[in-house]
Write a protein that binds this ligand. Sequence first.
Ligand SMILES: *Cc1c(COP(=O)(O)O)cnc(C)c1O
Length: 419
Amino acid sequence: MHTADRVFGGRNAKRMAAMRHHVSIAPRPLYLMFLTHLSCTSCGLHHDWAKLQNLCTACRKPLFAVYDLEQAGRALKRDALLTRAEKSLWRYRELLPVPIETSPVSLSEGGTPLLRAGRFGASLQMQNLWIKDESQNPTQSFKARGMSVAVSMAKHLGASKLVAPSAGNAGGALAAYAARAGVEAHVFMPRDTPRANIIECRELGACVTLIDGLITDCAAEIGRRKENWFDVSTLKEPYRIEGKKTLGYELAEQLNWELPDVIIYPTGGGTGLIGMWKAFDEMEKLGWIGKKRPRMFSVQAEGCAPIVRAFEAGENSAAEFPDARTLAAGLRVPKAIGDFLILNILRQSNGGAIAVNDEEMIRVAAEVASSEGLFVAPEGAACFAALRSLLSSGKISPNESVVIFNTGSGIKYLDCYDS
Ligand SMILES: *Cc1c(COP(=O)(O)O)cnc(C)c1O
């Protein structure tokens, strides 16, 4: 039970009793939540949160949810989390959209373990290596976080048909949450998306369209279809990132409000990275953490590394990566709409960007599996490979605390591992 549920539980019964006894009571608040508006990440223009919408109407850039953190901080104290039974990401309800009186569309996403990578760490002389294991989410990837929040909001705001392009796991998560919400899901995927993702979407009742091309071609095809569906593409829709930011809240709570020295994150659209950074800012304003930020490292595949290229070239946005190919489907994003936000975070945090080749990912995945007991997705494995390079180039020192995000499960990629 959430604190607010307890406080406001039975409100209607009290209201009825009050009316019977002609007692005057305060008017019922329309929405009890702390989300105030959406703000453009580029031009700052404000938008009404209570409207189905995609990008900024003025500059076509992503919108961020803004909260009244002063009020939220009064409603939810950091230490009150100790007694909160909710384990899913809705544990941070006061810092999420969806009015309190509306039940979120949930499969108990989030609340994933932060595991010490003792044996793999020891092989690198590291004592403080951690894995945030996102494969334990519903639909076996961290895409569940974003979709739980986005589908909850879309349903709340009246959408009945949702659409998204997906390179893999986003489709399955959308299909699952749409099924649970009782709304339609339409998923556009590259024809060579891992089979498990395609079958999963169909079994979950989504309408799947396979496209000869990449995720960017899928997005373009969605744009051409003149359907009255609501597009929940990451960062084109303002609430998926709210789900993903809970990675940051959970990490801080699990590390007793002391962020690690380094975060290594497999970056496609960059939503997780951007979301965590947003969470860190919110938590500092709430007084939950201090000024310290981890150095953030983006890991990409050599065959699709637009952020790495732009980072190295000192650019503020990333050109589309030509002829993108990698078997890490989640990293096969040749052009990210949040590129400027990712690059800014990597530089501000004094982190970096690094590319790994596919053979290395597959090789390291087996090492992680046999030393840590985790059958990781190639995207997660890429981070372990990147860690090795960053240690040997001296960008990370072995005595630092490092958190790697294993964003998905190897079980969805049997075609990649079966060779
Ligand atoms: C989508 C995905 C990614 C990339 O996530 P972003 O937050 O969009 O950068 C990484 N790994 C897996 C397994 C994914 O499904």
